[in-house]
Design a protein around this ligand. Structure first.
Ligand code: DGP
Length: 144
């Protein structure tokens, strides 16, 4: 089946255009990182390219090095920010692949021994003040 075209009305497209708010933690010319509103664990960050791409299947390979470098930067930062034991990086493609927002993104989640992840897109919205406190810690780790 052919891949549908990128639809700029997706929620991450709106965040990129500043049409809806997000708790941003990192921005470069190519990439934005912000807190997931339905975190699967404390400090769950999403890293997205600014260039339009539905997912990894249609992304311009030219955009990937900067994106993956940012994923690494955020993985190191969340591990430090939360003194985590490890970090899980996830990425989903198309509905059958578990994707629900159709702008390419990587999930970066600090992990703690013995603490399972909450369900993916579990529908549990985190309180804005909690997301803001996570974002503060990650920005501090990036700055330090
Ligand atoms: P995926 O299934 O990989 O497409 O995951 C999409 C993630 O996006 C999911 O973990 C929940 C998160 N999410 C959904 N809507 C919003 C939103 O409006 N703002 C933010 N920050 N995250 C969102």
């Amino acid at each position: 089946m052919p891949l549908p075209a990128y639809d700029p009305s997706n929620i991450f497209g709106k965040i990129l255009r500043g049409e809806i708010p997000a708790h941003s933690v990192y921005e470069s010319a190519d990439v934005l990182a912000f807190m997931d509103v339905m975190p699967q664990g404390q400090g769950h960050v999403l890293v997205i390219p600014k260039a339009p791409a539905r997912n990894l299947l249609d992304a311009d390979p030219v955009a990937l090095p900067a994106l993956v470098a940012a994923v690494q930067k955020l993985a190191v930062a969340v591990k430090k920010a939360f003194d985590a034991d490890g970090v899980t990086v996830m990425q989903f493609n198309e509905t059958a692949g578990g994707q629900s927002v159709f702008h390419l993104h990587f999930h970066v989640i600090p992990r703690f021994m013995g603490t399972p992840l909450k369900p993916h897109s579990g529908g549990q919205m985190e309180k804005p003040e909690v997301l803001a406190s996570y974002a503060d810690k990650i920005r501090a780790a990036l700055a330090g």
